[in-house]
Design a protein around this ligand. Structure first.
Ligand SMILES: [Zn+2]
Length: 207
């Protein structure tokens, strides 16, 4: 495969990018000067080396001092409510909820959603890590599963709930809730505004 085709194919791995857009990106990049490409590579490398995945909640965060201990500012914050855990699909959902300022508990980032016909959800999202994480969280009283109001989002919530409940008595005292469906059907969490998040949190229901 020629390098330009390879580049095109690489861009198709980006979320929401189809073959036509990937082709446009590839031609756009190749029309840039060598110094511009070098700058782009440098920015990518700098971003990658300054970002770590939190050992606790698995969100990506800027690890300014590049320390060995990889714990993000949310997990380290003692002022946050340690009895409530919110499970989100992706980092940008977490960011949107944080931006709304209406939630002060802990988080866990699943790393994706589980499509309805998926036979091996463990390979797609961090289910094993979630269950391990929960084993050390005996002070939790509520888990809010905040996945998007899409068919796959709801399927993800149901699967996660079943996995937690399959752990038996350990977590039987924990209430499992979902965001109130003030969020219109089909809505992706990352695009929802602060007021809607506030209402969805207020009107959350037991799953
Ligand atoms: Zn964290």
């Amino acid at each position: 495969m020629d390098p330009l085709k390879k580049l095109e194919q690489y861009f198709t791995n980006f979320p929401g990018i189809g073959p036509r857009q990937a082709k446009r990106f590839a031609y756009f990049m190749m029309s840039r000067s060598k110094s511009s490409i070098d700058e782009f590579i440098k920015i990518l490398q700098e971003s990658r080396s300054s970002v770590s995945e939190c050992d606790t909640c698995h969100r990506l965060f800027v690890n300014k001092n590049n320390t060995e201990i990889k714990t993000c500012s949310i997990c380290i914050d003692k002022n946050r409510d340690s009895e409530t855990l919110m499970i989100v699909s992706r980092d940008f959902d977490l960011e949107n909820i944080e931006k709304s300022g209406n939630y002060k508990g802990q988080y866990f980032v699943l790393g994706g959603i589980i499509p309805i016909l998926d036979k091996e959800p463990e390979k797609r999202v961090r289910i094993k890590q979630l269950l391990n994480f929960l084993k050390n969280k005996n002070h939790l009283t509520e888990i809010i599963i905040s996945t998007s109001a899409t068919t796959d989002g709801e399927h993800t919530a149901d699967t996660i709930k079943a996995k937690i409940r399959s752990m038996g008595d350990v977590f039987s005292g924990i209430k499992i809730t979902v965001l109130g469906r003030g969020i219109s059907t089909g809505a992706e969490l990352e695009y929802i505004d602060g007021d809607t998040i506030k209402n969805a949190l207020k009107n959350r229901s037991v799953l």
